[in-house]
Design a protein around this ligand. Sequence first.
Ligand code: IVH
Length: 685
Amino acid sequence: MSKKLKNLSEDEAARKIKALRQEIEAHNYSYYTLDKPEVTDAEYDRLMRSLVALEEEYPALITPDSPTQRVGARPLDTFGQVRHTLPMLSLANAFSVEEAAKFDERIKKILKLPADYLMEYAAEPKMDGLAVELVYEDGTLTRASTRGDGVSGEDVTENIRTIKSIPQDLRAAGAKRGGAVPPLLEARGEVIMPLSGFKKLNKEREASGEALFANPRNAAAGALRQLDPAVTASRRLDIYFYGVGIVEGVDFKTHMESLQFLRAMGLKFNPYARIIKGLDEVYAYFEEIREKRETLDYELDGTVIKVNDLSLQTRLGQTARSPKWALAYKFAPMQEQTLLLRIDVSVGRTGALTPVAILEPVELAGVTVGRATLHNEDEVLRKDVRPGDTVIIERAGDVIPEVVCVATSPQERAAPFTMPDKCPVCASPVEKTGAIHYCIAGLGCPAQLKKSIEHFCSKKALDITGLGAKAVENFVDKGLLKDVAGIYELTKEKILSLGEGWAELSASNLLASIEASKKPPLASFIFALGIKGVGERTASVLARRFRSIETLMEAELPELLDLSDIGPLIAPGIKEFFSEERNRAVIDKLRAAGLRPLPPPESEGVLKGKTFLFTGALSTISREEAKRLVQSAGGDTASSVSKRLNYLVVGEKPGSKLKKAREMHVTILTEEEFLSMVKKSVAVD
Ligand code: IVH
């Protein structure tokens, strides 16, 4: 190929490059903005590769707006300043129904409309990221800046170019709708970091000992303010546009028209934006978005209500800070202040001791919070929180509430926190490994015993229904369960002797579920044992390599270290677990009770070496069943989209994994395709 390219004249190469870029930009638009890809991933790759090859031959023709440059241009020394043509204003806030009503009332008063008039609003989610302005001249992205102080912001053009949903050139989309692009378009929007990316980023930072980002907004701001655009590119940001600055040559009558125009140009707005009428719909919209919020892969902090008619907006005008025609109607804050009553220490399944803040109960985003995690001793000392202090607590999305910092403390403070040197549950000695303190009693500690039994019975382990946290607590406290093997010695009499709501039927159901758990896949059994560091994936790797619990029990360290997914941190833990007399005795008892884990299929299976991930609801089988099918056919399951993943199986209402998988060119399967693939492979076995 490169030989042929060399024969091109510079002019021909330039023409070819231009055509390829336009074609790629058009596909980016269909894919990222319309969510309707028009070519296969392979075809897209082919175009991209041709462009890369051409640009390599003719480096002088590389321009920063080429789709190949999204991986990030050269690092900068410092950010330039950009003055916004029109100031980027802020929004007036409302936190209650009353404040929202006042806004609606005030507007009608200024406009001399009757009090019962149903005002038309454009309603949008208020995204929690950071505001940017993009300037397109004759369709080409020439400048992008942060809001800054509203008058001028920082030049983040090169970083903005790395965001995949931002077109470098509007002509691709403009051409599609058969219209011309305006000579000047200033588009404003919110750059966000999806929650999935945020969690992943913090996990990586934790692993490498870097400071964690407090929330996705800070992480997005951090990513956008990188001097090296390659770092921004690796952080996978996204953007939703919510308005325009100056647009030459186009007249809009309403705000919604301006959003639709942006979309036609390839600049997407939030899919939940729509027109509503009157105050009741303002409330209903707010409730709707508040519910939606839990399901979205990005954070919202409220809704924004804007008078839709632009001529009315002009009549309403603005203050120095914010327009009078718009309102940020916000959710109750996710941060609150409350009194720290004391610090308890809880003991987890692996014996890890976690300091827990016991708080004066406070309402936080609709949930009453009385406890928050303090992670470990170092964290408590670093934040220097002590009983009697007023602390700031935070709940981000579905994350457990945590203590962020001390807000105020009394003149006379309590003594600094220290970790107890004895387990608060069983009084056994405590040992520190890394940042974590552990109770050394293992299953001899009732707290660890209860949590281990719960884990053993959980869905992904032996899937015994009827033995949840409360039931297990009862069985252990009454001395009916001393280890997991005791589950198989339960009789109807023993269960009924507990009282506590147990009756004939529930007892028989529990016994039936226990009986049904006696032939688990080996991987589920290994996972159920609760070996430190052995999650679902590692358990399945071990099952495939050792094929029986007896062989695994005798495995030597080098054999364990040989396995691709088992590192030097986990392998010694596995060895240690199986050399403990107590653990060996429990496994013997389980065998004696009739437990017979099933090894993965003998043959290699058609799915060997293939990794699957599921998203959305499957209609004919449960997700757990689907995972087991994969494993029994010799395949692997993953928990997130990565380069390692071969197939994403998509059920109903798929989540953000689908988009990510497409971006990474992972093969997408429907449930039907998946099932026929598994059946084939099982039949072959
Ligand atoms: S409109 C003059 N719409 O909220 C009105 N802003 O508190 C300009 N934001 O700086 C803003 N989602 O960063 C608007 N749908 C939305 C928004 C939104 C998030 C942010 C934006 C702005 C801040 C104001």
